[in-house]
Design a protein around this ligand. Structure first.
Ligand SMILES: *[C@@H]1O[C@H](CO)[C@@H](O)[C@H](O)[C@H]1NC(C)=O
Ligand SMILES: *[C@@H]1O[C@H](CO)[C@@H](O)[C@H](O)[C@H]1NC(C)=O
Ligand SMILES: *[C@@H]1O[C@H](CO)[C@@H](O)[C@H](O)[C@H]1NC(C)=O
Ligand SMILES: *[C@@H]1O[C@H](CO)[C@@H](O)[C@H](O)[C@H]1NC(C)=O
Ligand SMILES: *[C@@H]1O[C@H](CO)[C@@H](O)[C@H](O)[C@H]1NC(C)=O
Ligand SMILES: *[C@@H]1O[C@H](CO)[C@@H](O)[C@H](O)[C@H]1NC(C)=O
Length: 475
């Protein structure tokens, strides 16, 4: 596919960025113009075996294709050393666009093939004491003094495999493992209290001549002693020799930032930095509902509780509180506040309502007025009626009126004393059917006629005015 100018430039830029990052793998350039890029003599490794692990510039990865510039080196190994036989060179050097070294690959062994005769044997290793790590080249770096068992996995019924080694330091004990589970499958070579001269290549060859090898390097590599970390980080440090690990965790309410386990590597460096504990934090509470208030001080960390309330005149809908949980989320959702209103008060018969406009708001309701908390309503009765009950009622925080509406009862009002006389009984209101009589001051009398006393009628009107008191002299 020909490259047009534009795509060529774009790719050049991508490639340049990638070069500065020092890894060009997986970027599938179809048309790199290597002259313009200054990437003359780039070496490419492609269609890599999926179990190969490539280390380039201390970066270990499992990839399909990798490109490196001239004079750079790669280290390659199989993912599970011993379980796959490594073919090719584990150290590859890019020279003028070609690899100095044989293309690597991984081949299945007996542990994969169910112990068939036609594959190389698997080599397992175990360390009853001491420690070891796998190097990027696939070599097994063993800390001096360790006991190392190399197990050649082979079906005993098919014959005896053979261990050979390159070291001339000493002879090693070889033979079938003793334990019942192992003795028909594991042909063992043991290195007791490994010393640097034990370093070398250990090969197991099957009766059919198929072999697999493991390179052992006994090296005294130590990492910097780890300081016991400050709380809250909890650690279990297993030493600082090559192969030793430290494991970390955080108490409840904290999240571990970083690796939970770090290992002292072949190069004397810890696999990564010590982690730390980060207090679990929930999102800040942002209040969008103007009437909603947070009652308590809180910092949104694990276990903290936010308690809500609504401004006066509003009621809370939803949960009154939320707790910050271990997953960094508030349990529950924010409540909302709803304006409290009272229903339109009942109008007493023969009465009326005197509105208090300050607390009412016409526009919000289809049915008339909205009565907010605190709204005050006054009742009055029509003339000829007495108000029984409370003349004033207030909209409470419960959305109910403080008092039942009053009733207006038909009553005759106190008619007033006539001149020089008094009426009895003396009351503010008289029920229908009530009569009054007039008592005149000394020297005065009521006329003999009419005989009927004024009485309160059913419509709240006196049947007659109180009779006048007249002077003796006039009668
Ligand atoms: C690399 O190739 C160039 C020309 O393609 C040549 O001049 C140079 O000598 C080569 N270098 C090596 C180390 O082979
Ligand atoms: C492995 O081989 C043994 C006999 O050699 C057979 O009994 C067993 O089923 C095989 N296992 C698998 C997973 O193929
Ligand atoms: C392992 O086998 C290969 C052939 O597959 C042979 O070239 C090599 O020499 C053998 N290695 C040992 C140590 O026997
Ligand atoms: C948050 O508040 C708790 C208790 O109120 C306190 O222990 C903690 O130190 C506070 N955290 C931060 C980051 O302020
Ligand atoms: C949130 O957690 C607290 C404390 O664990 C609990 O009391 C509360 O009921 C929970 N709320 C919800 C909505 O789950
Ligand atoms: C509101 O209602 C609660 C219970 O329903 C009651 O205890 C309280 O006294 C009421 N408050 C008012 C102001 O009516």
């Amino acid at each position: 596919m020909p490259c047009d100018d534009r795509s060529g430039r774009t790719r050049a830029r991508v490639a340049a960025i990638a070069t500065t990052m020092l890894f060009l793998f997986t970027l599938n350039f179809k048309c790199i113009d290597t002259e313009n890029l200054g990437l003359d003599n780039v070496c490419i490794l492609k269609d890599l075996h999926p179990l190969l692990i490539v280390t380039y510039k201390y970066l270990t990865m499992s990839i399909h294709t990798i490109r490196v510039p001239h004079n750079e080196r790669l280290m390659v190994r199989c993912r599970e050393i011993g379980k796959y036989k490594f073919i090719g060179d584990s150290l590859l050097h890019c020279r003028n666009g070609t690899w100095d070294g044989k293309t690597p690959s991984c081949v299945s062994t007996t542990a994969i093939s169910n112990y068939t005769e036609d594959v190389p044997p698997t080599i397992d290793f175990g360390l009853p004491t001491g420690s070891a790590v796998v190097e990027p080249t696939g070599a097994l770096a063993v800390y001096p003094g360790s006991i190392l068992h190399l197990e050649c996995l082979f079906a005993r019924k098919l014959g005896n495999p053979e261990w050979t080694w390159t070291s001339t330091f000493r002879r090693y004990l070889t033979g079938w493992a003793i334990a019942a589970r192992e003795r028909d499958l594991k042909y063992r070579l043991s290195i007791y209290y490994a010393k640097p001269p034990d370093s070398g290549i250990y090969t197991c060859t099957t009766p059919k001549g198929l072999n697999n090898s493991i390179q052992v390097r006994v090296v005294d590599v130590q990492c910097l002693v780890l300081n016991v970390p400050e709380p809250p980080l909890i650690s279990r440090i297993g030493g600082s020799r090559m192969g030793n690990s430290a494991v970390f965790e955080c108490p409840v309410g904290y999240r571990l930032e970083g690796a939970s386990r770090i290992t002292c590597q072949y190069n004397g460096k810890w696999s990564t930095e010590m982690p730390h504990c980060e207090k679990i934090k929930c999102s800040e509470i942002i209040i969008r509902n103007n009437a909603l208030l947070v009652l308590n001080e809180h910092n949104s960390t694990y276990g903290e509780k936010a308690i809500f309330t609504c401004m006066w005149g509003y009621k809370l809908l939803g949960s009154q509180s939320m707790t910050c949980e271990g997953d960094g989320k508030w349990n529950g959702s924010m409540p909302t506040c709803q304006k409290i209103t009272c229903p339109v008060p009942e109008m007493p018969q023969s009465g009326r309502i005197i509105e208090q406009p300050r607390y009412t708001n016409k526009k919000q309701s289809n049915h008339g007025r909205i009565y907010k908390v605190g709204a005050l309503v006054r009742f009055a009765c029509q003339p000829g009626h007495q108000l029984i009950g409370e003349a004033v009622t207030i909209c409470t925080e419960n959305g109910t009126w403080s008092h039942d509406p009053p009733v207006c009862k038909v009553r005759c009002p106190y008619p007033g004393d006539p001149p020089h006389g008094r009426i009895a009984p003396l009351k503010f209101w008289y029920k229908p059917g009530d009569n009054i009589q007039v008592t005149c001051s000394p020297g005065y009398v009521t006329p003999l006629e009419p005989v009927k006393k004024p009485s309160c009628r059913e419509n709240g009107i006196w049947s007659a005015p109180p009779p006048p008191c007249r002077s003796y002299k006039e009668v």
